[in-house]
Design a binder for this molecule. Structure first.
Ligand SMILES: [Zn+2]
Length: 301
């Protein structure tokens, strides 16, 4: 997509936050070109937080943004839906600190954005094109990004559990269908961890309506799974949301092995710091030009 996109109308949805359990109203509004994704806390005099890596706060079970002590929690599923549908500029208004979890996937957000409609804008898209590999390793966990011609993700997870085990999911911009293959995958958790999470003030809004819950033997949700590898698809969904905090779409191949929010955030911030490992390009050249041919004419910096 050569031009930037926003949504065509204002749309809204209400729900509860997964971790806080508080009710929240969310509104998506069109935004001018080059705005990016902005969050606005309407309950705090319209305080604005940009969806940018520099504002990433706590990353453990969710990706939260913080600026001057103001928090916006669990942003990754909405950010994933916006990135997955190639929406560049949106103002997200919320009247509480955590985004609604809805059904635990990005599908309700995809439906909301689709209902609003997606509208092209005059400005061309700027993208971050990876030139050299950048990697984060923590024991058995690894997350790396390599040069490639499109945005691609290979995600591998491994859980010693009878219904998970080893799973690997691939996504490639242009050939994969984000709305059908990735967005419906729900967040998941283990029954034996629920107590500990609740004690730590987390998942107060969690239920079988908004998460896949596993006991030692299997899935306890009566409706079962949406995909046999729903777990790995959800990790990939989270990664797409977390990587949108780069502030621009990425052209590169991301390989994740047993990663999570904290590592996603770490790689995003390392990539932005390592300025010689990427360059900003504008959209048409970004998609068409072979890797071996750097073209300074189209480099924005
Ligand atoms: Zn998630």
């Amino acid at each position: 997509m050569a031009s930037q996109h926003t949504i065509a109308a204002v749309v809204s949805v209400s729900g509860v936050g997964l971790h806080t359990g508080v009710k929240v109203n969310l509104r998506l509004c069109p935004a001018p070109a080059n705005t990016g994704i902005l969050f606005r806390r309407t309950d705090l005099e319209g305080f604005v937080i940009e969806a940018q890596s520099r504002n990433v706060a706590r990353v453990s079970y969710a990706t939260s943004l913080m600026k001057k002590g103001v928090l916006i929690s669990t942003t990754e599923h909405l950010l994933s839906a916006l990135a997955g549908l190639d929406v560049d500029n949106v103002l997200v208004e919320i009247d509480n600190l955590e985004l609604p979890i809805l059904d635990g996937s990005a599908r309700p957000f995809v439906e909301l954005i689709t209902k609003a409609g997606i509208r092209p804008q005059r400005a061309r898209r700027g993208l971050i094109r990876v030139l050299k590999p950048v990697e984060v390793v923590e024991g058995m966990r690894r997350l790396a990004v390599y040069p490639a011609d499109v945005f691609r993700v290979t995600y591998l997870i491994s859980f010693p559990h009878p219904v998970i085990g080893e799973q690997c999911v691939e996504f490639a911009s242009g050939s994969s269908d984000y709305a059908a293959e990735i967005a419906p995958a729900r967040t998941f958790g283990f029954l034996e961890e629920l107590e500990m999470l609740r004690k730590n003030g987390l998942i107060r809004g969690g239920s079988l309506e908004n998460a896949v819950v596993l006991d030692r033997k299997g899935v306890i949700n009566p409706e079962g799974l949406r995909f046999p590898d729903e777990f790995c698809r959800h990790k990939l969904l989270d990664l797409i949301g977390d990587f949108s905090l780069l502030g621009r779409p990425l052209i590169g191949h991301v390989v994740a092995e047993r990663a999570g929010h904290a590592m996603h955030a770490q790689l995003v911030s390392r990539l932005l710091r390592e300025r010689n490992s990427w360059k900003l390009v504008t959209a048409p050249e970004a998609a068409a030009k072979p890797l071996s041919e750097p073209d300074p004419v189209f480099a924005i910096n």
